[in-house]
Design a protein around this ligand. Structure first.
Ligand SMILES: Nc1ncnc2c1ncn2[C@@H]1O[C@H](COP(=O)(O)OP(=O)(O)OP(=O)(O)O)[C@@H](O)[C@H]1O
Length: 459
């Protein structure tokens, strides 16, 4: 097999030589260029399998080369060589489409790892595209764009922040980025930052040494260590307490973690993906999320559309998910009739695809035959279908606003409708945990139960 080709772009002869020797020892064929214009011609002549470029070149900068390659030969991965500590440059390179960066002075071990992982990216991408279609169901334009972004980002090592409502598929997207990239053979570790008690968080993430606190009976590695060579997915990252945000930022900056009770830092090699259903920018403005951490984890920002934003996908999703559920239950036949599809189309799905799955699972269990009809969906028990027919202005967040005129003739019904919306939103915010919902609304658990029952929101 012909050796893979690497194009080295740097105006310093010493660095070119160092890279040349190291890469040749890895069995690679090297080509070099000292300027931006030389590099652009070499890219078209050599069509390398990888390009390593310095940031500062005598006739331009490396970002231009990244952009040029993205435009002309998007299949070629580019890694940027940056000056020590210049985070801004590294981030601009990643945003422009570089798959990774390495800072000077170049550590040869890091260089070898970077090059090996970049060259593993070569291969049959049609298989990957199929996997993305299968796992991320949908045909709406926003989903098609998302698939393309996933395929591209899977090749990169850049931190990606995934935004989207609860249950919209953020974790599905994170897994696809991991599974289709060079770290696929490593672990994908997902951690829900909102679910770990704050006093255990440091030890969960970074590990602890035996005896470091009561109950620490043995050394325990943390999630960073478990994800080494793979991907760490920080779900609900907005829920990280501020002191923990400082420690996380440090771990990202130093690429090392210090276990609780330890005095030494342990190097880590993880790709960081994160997600939240909150508006992280607004959390920064409100002082609840550190802007320096935001800047580090939000290098690339992906938006997963809510089910409402892609209503045209509903029939396809419902049928495919139902098939999956039926198969898992040992049933071969399952379908939805037109009345069921119409009823689903009328519903707003605050819990998105997860809620759709739950509704279908419950309906299939209730249906007399393998075909689900509108009655089996039992929407009357849980959704305000009739009151929701009132059309009202929506505010920025999609929460409805009230108007006096609309209450005329049915004040009780109107107030109930508003209360129902508030409860649905609070339930969603608290991920359907009723204790947390009651706390959020400042009412007792009993009172919440009573209201859910009264408003037929109980499932
Ligand atoms: N496009 C999709 N195609 C197929 N299944 C999907 C899709 N989107 C979501 N799902 C399914 O919906 C459920 C919820 O998805 P996921 O856990 O990824 O959502 P999430 O946005 O991470 O939720 P949360 O904010 O609650 O963590 C999962 O069972 C997932 O398989």
């Amino acid at each position: 097999m012909a050796a893979q080709r690497v194009l080295i772009v740097d105006d310093e002869p010493d660095i070119r030589e160092l890279l040349d020797i190291t890469l040749s020892r890895m069995g690679l064929e090297t080509h070099s260029a000292a300027t931006l214009s030389e590099a652009q011609s070499a890219v078209s002549e050599v069509i390398p399998d990888l390009c390593l470029t310095d940031m500062r070149l005598p006739d331009g900068n490396g970002i231009h080369l990244v952009e040029y390659i993205q435009q002309e030969h998007p299949q070629i991965p580019v890694a940027m060589i940056t000056a020590h500590g210049s985070v801004e440059t590294a981030i601009s390179a990643l945003k422009a489409g570089a798959f990774d960066f390495i800072s000077k002075p170049i550590e040869l071990d890091t260089l070898r790892k970077l090059v090996s992982s970049a060259l593993q990216l070569e291969g049959d991408t049609s298989r990957l595209d199929n996997a993305v279609v299968q796992d991320l169901l949908g045909d709406a334009p926003a989903i098609r764009t998302l698939r393309k972004q996933i395929a591209k980002l899977a090749r990169s090592q850049a931190p990606v922040h995934i935004r989207g409502e609860s249950g919209s598929g953020k974790e599905v997207v994170a897994r696809l980025i991991h599974n289709n990239g060079p770290r696929a053979t490593g672990n994908f570790i997902a951690v829900n930052c909102g679910a770990i008690p704050p006093d255990l968080m440091e030890s969960e993430l970074f590990g602890h040494l035996k005896g470091s606190f009561t109950g620490a009976n043995a050394d325990k590695p943390g999630l960073f260590q478990a994800a080494a060579g793979g991907t760490l997915f920080l779900d609900e990252v907005a829920d990280l307490p501020l002191p923990m945000q400082v420690k996380l930022l440090r771990a990202i900056q130093e690429k090392a973690v210090r276990p609780v009770g330890g005095s030494e830092e342990i190097p880590t090699d993880v790709r960081l993906l994160s997600a939240t259903h909150k508006d992280l920018g607004a959390e920064v403005e409100a002082g609840r999320f550190r802007d320096d951490l935001f800047y580090r984890i939000n290098v690339i920002d992906l938006h997963v559309p809510s089910l409402r934003e892609r209503a045209e996908d509903l029939p396809l999703l419902a049928r495919a998910l139902l098939k999956r559920i039926a198969r898992d239950n040992g049933n071969e036949q399952a379908d939805l009739d037109d009345s069921a599809l119409e009823a689903l189309g009328d519903y707003s799905f605050p819990g998105n695809v997860r809620e759709l799955e739950n509704i279908l699972e419950r309906s299939l269990a209730l249906a007399d035959s393998g075909t689900i009809s509108a009655d089996d969906l039992q929407f009357s028990r849980m959704t305000p279908r009739n009151p929701a027919a009132r059309t009202r202005k929506s505010d920025r967040e999609g929460m409805q606003t009230w108007s006096v005129e609309e209450a005329y003739g049915d004040l009780e019904g109107y107030l109930e409708d508003i209360e129902r919306q508030i409860l649905s939103r609070a339930l969603e915010e608290s991920r359907w945990n009723k204790t947390a919902t009651a706390k959020l609304l400042g009412i007792s658990f009993r009172s919440l139960r009573y209201r859910l029952k009264k408003l037929q929101l109980e499932d």
